[in-house]
Design a protein around this ligand. Structure first.
Ligand code: KMH
Ligand code: ZN
Length: 285
């Protein structure tokens, strides 16, 4: 349950920038980064604006999504060169249709964090993002072995229950960190009612961030800020700064989240403050 009476004691706000994703393309917004240089530049702009975590997908130069370990390594090094203390959180979701083996490659680089998708979900049209229970267990066990903190991606309430079940078996360790993804065609809707329901369903001591898709990005960020949660913004989830205006960069979207947070009285966490909030051991550079 949300402890409403304790809400004045809030941690600083962690902002995650999801800078490119796997599904959006330059046809959707010409500012989506593909190359190593573009990805590093977008990460730096987001970091300068206040992002403490970069949620990372990578692409071939032509925009094709890839989970190649080598490409992740190149991109992570390029990002660290520009923003040495930022937390890099590679995706193990990759793109719809990739094999588990393909998706798991970036964990071999021992990042501090990585995503752990906690269930199967329709992804619009004929797309299904498949994460069977055995897949989740395999990914979680491999991350645990390497000391990588999973960010549990939950697209619906049942996925929280799955994460709790695996937490009870110590396959996912406490305290858990969740990303509540709202507004996927097939997942939970992006409404304040649904967000409070999801937050109320999290185990005590967990932290959470919220990713509202499309036009819901900033409104759900605002609700999360008020609830004591954290926020994710960026091109992976949303292409627009406001109705009809494409964002020029991820930095612009982070700046907007920072403005909202400031108006609501929530200071922004640095990467090292985010490490403390998440219980990450050290900055692995
Ligand atoms: N691209 C989606 C199929 C994650 O990063 O872990 C999966 C995704 C979630 O983006
Ligand atoms: Zn992602």
């Amino acid at each position: 349950m949300i402890k409403w009476e304790k809400m004045e004691i809030m941690e600083k706000l962690m902002i995650t920038a999801a800078i490119c994703g796997a599904e959006v393309t330059k046809e959707h917004n010409p500012n989506i980064p593909y190359t190593v240089k573009e990805i590093a530049k977008e990460a730096k702009g987001a970091y300068d604006a206040g992002a403490s975590i970069i949620h990372l997908h990578v692409r071939e130069d032509n925009g094709t999504p890839t989970q190649s370990k080598e490409r992740f390594d190149e991109c992570m090094k390029a990002i660290k060169k520009l923003c040495p203390d930022v937390i890099i959180q590679p995706s193990t979701g990759g793109a719809v249709g990739m094999s588990n083996e393909e998706r798991l490659q970036p964990i071999e680089l021992n990042p501090e964090m990585a995503t752990l998708d906690c269930g199967t979900c329709n992804f619009g049209g004929d797309d299904i993002f498949i994460n069977t229970e055995n897949t989740i267990i395999e990914f979680a066990q491999k991350m645990k072995k390497r000391g990588i903190k999973p960010e549990c991606e939950v697209f619906d309430k049942g996925m929280i229950d799955t994460a709790i079940r695996l937490n009870k078996k110590e396959i996912i360790l406490s305290p858990m960190h969740f990303n509540i993804v709202m507004g996927v065609n097939g997942g939970i809707s992006a409404t304040p009612r649904d967000l409070t329901f999801m937050v109320d369903s999290l185990p005590q001591g967990s932290t959470f961030t919220v990713s509202g898709l499309g036009r819901h990005q900033m409104s759900m960020a605002a609700v999360s800020i008020i609830l004591g949660g954290h926020v994710r913004v960026g091109f992976e989830d949303n292409l627009y700064l406001e109705k009809g205006v494409l964002a020029k960069s991820n930095g612009e979207l982070v700046q907007k989240a920072v403005r909202i947070a400031k108006e609501l009285g929530r200071p922004i966490a640095t990467p090292n403050e985010a490490r403390r909030i998440l219980g990450l051991k050290k900055n692995k550079i």
